[in-house]
Design a binder for this molecule. Structure first.
Ligand SMILES: C[S@@+](CC[C@H](N)C(=O)[O-])C[C@H]1O[C@@H](n2cnc3c(N)ncnc32)[C@H](O)[C@@H]1O
Length: 342
């Protein structure tokens, strides 16, 4: 099919011409065609709110996660134009929420997004490399030697909100990943009975000791990768997880240990930065993590916090702007109330 022919499918998608669209698909038109602006038929349909067209294209195999040159997916086009019905159809395509095949399809979607996350990371470092790299501390950020930010001060209000959530029941608290110590400083305000911190980077650990964290009565520092120090951990009333340079697979692996680590009635939260550069993929990811935790017997509440005003000029001199969205969804996870009966 030549270019002119292929453009016709974009036109049909744009105008919502279902009869023409079906005929073109029947004749073998390429549903994943990118027009000269780099926009697919699905993106055109999403932008114009043609929900039937969106369904037909998805059924014909149009990729829901293709990206325009501006890094926007069809879901972003729907979101930006306020087409809720189309957005929901695309979200379901992304998460494949279908009772029969829910899990298998979910894993498939996760793998697709996992590849994206890997690509993001492959520009930087694997956890192993990061842990051996030199890092630098300044007042407002912790950076790797290649100018990639490990942690930044704009996250302080978010870290305070995480601390508040996991400390709401008091007791014994666990934090994985010290970074700039923002969440740990906030946790200390709640005077927990015990406060365990796991940190793997030697320089971060050294700085923790230099700044007196080793002398606090209720603080226990465990130096090492959480994967390696699991046998030293006990069970806790509040847990926060925020590592750097790890993949979604690591977060999922950590979740497998939650039943042993989190006391009944305890609260778990994690830094929810998955796909933080793309609004639609981020929503898909939020759904996936919630589903994954649900399968483990936890319910997840995602509390929206506006972050637009915190960002300002923070990305100057920083590679890989890991967060570019206006809202942060703070996860609060607890054992699902009826999971003990099921
Ligand atoms: C983004 S920072 C955490 C920021 C922290 N929440 C705060 O409030 O400042 C991530 C931290 O996790 C540590 N880290 C990375 N991988 C880890 C692992 N496998 N086990 C333990 N700590 C790890 C990093 O060295 C870094 O200090």
């Amino acid at each position: 099919m030549d270019r002119e022919e292929a453009e016709k499918i974009c036109e049909a998608a744009k105008t919502g011409d279902i009869a023409n669209l079906k005929a073109l698909i029947k004749d073998g038109a390429d549903v994943s065609y990118f027009d000269k602006e780099g926009v697919t038929p699905l993106m055109h349909a999403a932008k114009h709110g043609h929900s039937e067209v969106v369904k037909i294209l998805l059924e014909a195999g149009a990729p829901w996660n293709a990206l325009s040159p501006q890094n926007l997916s069809a879901g972003d086009f729907a979101m930006d134009s306020g087409h809720q019905e189309v957005f929901d159809i695309l979200l379901n395509a992304g998460c494949h929420i279908d009772e029969k095949l829910k899990l298998a399809r979910w894993i498939q979607a996760e793998l697709i997004l996992g590849t994206i996350a890997r690509k993001e990371n492959s520009k930087g470092d694997l956890n192993g490399d990061y842990l051996e790299d030199r890092i630098s501390f300044s007042e407002d950020k912790l950076m790797e030697s290649n100018s990639k930010a490990v942690m930044m001060a704009w996250e302080k209000p978010l870290m305070e909100a995480h601390a508040k959530a996991i400390c709401s029941g008091g007791g014994h608290i666990l934090n994985i990943g010290f970074g700039m110590g923002l969440v740990d400083t906030a946790i200390q305000q709640y005077a927990p009975v015990s406060h365990t911190i796991v940190e793997a980077h030697p320089e971060v650990y050294k700085r923790m000791l230099q700044t007196g964290w080793g002398e606090k009565d209720n603080v226990k520092i465990i130096f090492g990768r959480w994967q390696d120090v699991l046998p030293q951990l006990e069970s806790y009333d509040g847990i926060f997880f925020d590592t750097y340079g790890e993949y979604y697979e690591d977060l999922r692996e950590f979740h497998q240990h939650l039943p042993a680590l989190l006391n009944p009635g305890g609260i778990y939260s994690f830094f929810n930065g998955l796909c933080g550069g793309n609004a639609f993929f981020h929503v898909v990811y939020c759904q996936l993590v919630s589903l994954e935790l649900e399968n483990l017997g936890y319910s997840t509440l995602l509390i929206p916090l506006p972050v637009k005003n915190c960002l300002g000029e923070v990305w100057e001199g920083v590679k890989h702007k890991y967060w570019q969205l206006d809202t942060y969804y703070l996860p609060v996870c607890q054992v699902t109330e009826d999971s003990s009966d099921s």
